[in-house]
Design a protein around this ligand. Sequence first.
Ligand code: DQA
Length: 181
Amino acid sequence: MVLSQCCAHPRFALWVGPISPVNYRNGRFVHTSILILNGPNLNMLGTRQPEVYGRETLSDIEHACRAHASWRGLEMDFRQSNSEGELVTWIQQAKGHYAGIIINAAAYTHTSVAILDALLAVELPTVEVHLSNIHQRDAFRHHSYVAKAARGMICGFGSHGYILAIDALSRLLGDPGVASA
Ligand code: DQA
């Protein structure tokens, strides 16, 4: 057991092993959990426009995210819905349960004020991710409502964008193992 980070950060963090932050909050030790949300049609990855989105399935991406989040010492929930309302509900319920959110809102990125409002309401650090480079595609994909609530956006790197998003969120949550700019 390595006790390496303590009073230097506003959140007291106890490191169990090299990269396993267990944070002390409200009088108890809790694991840092993040929520990864995926919007409509991402359940079709693997067969859906592979020339745009690649051949990996959402399950492949989930497994890679789980391994990387665990390596970063983060617990992770990974969900997908084709329903805007369900995504809004999950964002609302994230408050108090997760330290931050990674979201690929898919087509709702470009249409959903409801998802934007939910993200603004919960005030959790949020990283937006897209497999494709939305700025090289149709003009209607260039605008993102999610971007107004996100600390940053990663797009155009395929499934690796999710890994980059985990690193970005990990840094936002105070992991000193992620190099700062
Ligand atoms: C997407 C880009 C969106 O424009 C599109 O509607 C998607 C996927 C991406 O990951 O590249 O469904 O979010």
